[in-house]
Write a protein that binds this ligand. Structure first.
Ligand code: KIV
Ligand code: ZN
Length: 516
């Protein structure tokens, strides 16, 4: 491996999925994994196979479909976890086992209840077990930034001897500051006699807003793998954002002098896909991919931009993939054009699924002239990649009103557990009326935690994309719906969230804490 290339290790599907409300179903994970490969990520961490049967199956399915990208699974330094992890990743062309154990005094004493020497022995035994399966072994010293540096060096030296080829030093609790974090990385590299035999990696959390800064500072002093997530999602305040690290290395290549394999024009489509998948929109002021990231509001800035873009723009929107260049389909597009477009977007659908998507695109093209890539993705996510629903929306009709004496009304027709049911009722507003009637029909009353509407593309004929978050009995779930009519999108999102909630209740939401 070249020392001047940075390897991007994406953990959106593992650490990212630990972010509240970011759980994805299998199809959604497969779709995102495919996009990570298109984006040029080097290693994708697909999950934590020993944490649940669902995670195991997802990691296995991703490993089976992956191309040249390396597929990692996470496991504690314990034999069962490691064996399960290998079972899940071994089908990949380039599998990796990523094993971890805490090395900070706090974690060793209170979480592991073990003496440092016992932890070191577990780390070595764990890595040796991984290395018996594959030469591609990553070891993480959890809470490295709060660990004793010399103990860290002892552990790192021993695990490299045991077969680890990547050493990850995480700032697990987002406590470190850039200079001290860089100093810690430099110290460990310098004081570990066999450090030249491994790639050093960092994994930074964003609790104090320093995840990207810490990652870049570490790369500057010799780390060569960055563990990141799309849009920075992850446990608590999240992880370092892939798009920010990649663009800092690109725009400031003179400063860092490091190359990477990220295809930057795929950054915006990747963040957009994730946002649509987990139902969390990208904040407007988010670096690189937020709606305002390339908007110039002040007169002085606009004037400067007109004279020379570089006065206020350090990168172009095109360089991060922010243009709707491909207006693709219209009402006269044939089935083949739709199939080709789907394939170019990474969807290999079965005949029956293709029919469903084709019909939905035709319907949309009747309502709006141009169907953009994002519309197509929204349709596929909506029509195909959703969990098998026990509740299905068939029709919704709404009468809005601006008078207090005639409240807005809604009528809804649904299938619930295979039975047709209908209802009608009122609400404070049209959306409230729709949700009330659906509640009546399904005989539930979850709490509506959030309701967000976005336009999938520009223009008044844009598809409305609605996400809702519902809470009931301690479970919460996000639902998503897209349609040219925002009230229909709202009803779809609500029913989607109800289905996800019902599934979580049925499964008892088996996913347990991944750090325990
Ligand atoms: O934050 C962390 O330390 C982790 C490790 C398991 C890599 O996620
Ligand atoms: Zn983490």
């Amino acid at each position: 491996m070249s020392q001047d290339r940075v390897y991007f290790f994406d953990t959106t599907l593992r650490d990212g999925e630990q972010s509240p409300g970011a759980t994805m179903n299998l199809q959604e994970k497969l779709r995102l994994a495919h996009q990570l490969e298109v984006l040029g990520v080097d290693i994708l961490e697909a999950g934590f196979p020993a944490s649940s049967q669902g995670d195991f199956e997802a990691v296995q399915a991703i490993a089976e479909q992956a191309g040249e990208i390396q597929v990692a699974g996470l496991c504690r330094c314990v034999p069962n976890d490691i064996d399960r992890c290998w079972e899940a990743v071994k089908a990949a062309k380039h599998p990796r086992i990523h094993t971890f154990i805490s090395t900070s005094p706090l974690h060793m004493q209170y979480k592991l209840r073990k003496e440092p020497d016992a932890v070191l022995a577990m780390a070595v035994a764990g890595v040796a077990r991984c290395a018996a399966y594959t030469p591609n072994v990553e070891f993480s010293a959890e809470d490295a930034s709060r660990s004793n540096k010399d103990f860290l060096c002892r552990v790192v030296e021993a695990v490299i001897d045991a077969g680890a080829t990547t050493i990850n030093l995480p700032d697990t609790v987002g406590y470190a500051q850039p200079e001290e974090f860089a100093a810690m990385i430099e110290y460990v590299i310098k004081h570990t006699p066999n450090s030249g035999k491994a790639i050093f990696s960092v994994h930074c959390h964003n609790d104090l807003g320093c995840a990207v800064a810490n990652t870049l500072a570490a790369l500057k002093v010799g780390a060569r793998q960055a563990e990141v997530t799309i849009s920075g999602i992850g446990e608590r305040a999240g992880n370092a954002a892939l798009e920010e690290v990649a663009m800092a290395l690109t725009v400031r290549s003179g400063y860092y002098g490091l190359s990477h394999g990220i295809k930057t024009e795929q950054l915006y489509p990747s963040c957009r896909l994730l946002a649509m998948t987990i139902g969390q929109s990208i904040p407007a002021n988010k670096a690189i991919v937020g709606a305002n990231a390339f908007a110039h509001e002040s007169g002085i800035h606009q004037d400067g931009m007109l004279k020379n873009r570089e006065t206020y723009e350090i990168m172009t929107p095109q360089s991060v993939g922010r243009l709707h260049t491909d207006i693709v389909l219209g009402k006269h597009s044939g089935r083949n054009a739709v199939k080709t477009k789907l394939e170019s977007l990474g969807y290999a659908l079965e005949e029956e699924q293709l029919n469903v998507v084709f019909e939905a695109i035709k319907n949309l093209a009747d309502k709006k002239k141009k169907v953009h890539d994002e519309d197509v993705v929204a349709i596929v996510l909506e029509e195909i990649y959703r969990i098998p629903d026990s509740m299905r929306l068939r029709h919704v009709s709404v009468q809005s009103s601006d008078s207090g004496s005639i409240p807005p009304t809604a009528a809804v027709l649904m299938d619930v557990e295979g039975q047709e049911r209908s209802g009608a009722g009122f609400g404070v507003g049209s959306v409230d009326a729709v949700f009330n009637v659906i509640n009546q029909i399904v005989e539930r009353e979850p709490e509506l935690e959030s309701y967000v509407v976005n336009a999938v593309t520009g223009g008044t004929d844009a598809q409305g994309e609605v996400t809702v978050r519902l809470k009931h009995d301690g479970y919460s779930a996000v639902g998503r719906g897209a349609h040219a009519d925002v009230l229909v999108a709202s009803a779809r999102a609500y029913v989607n969230a109800l289905n996800r909630l019902a599934k979580k209740e049925r499964d008892g939401d088996t996913k347990h804490c991944q750090h325990c």
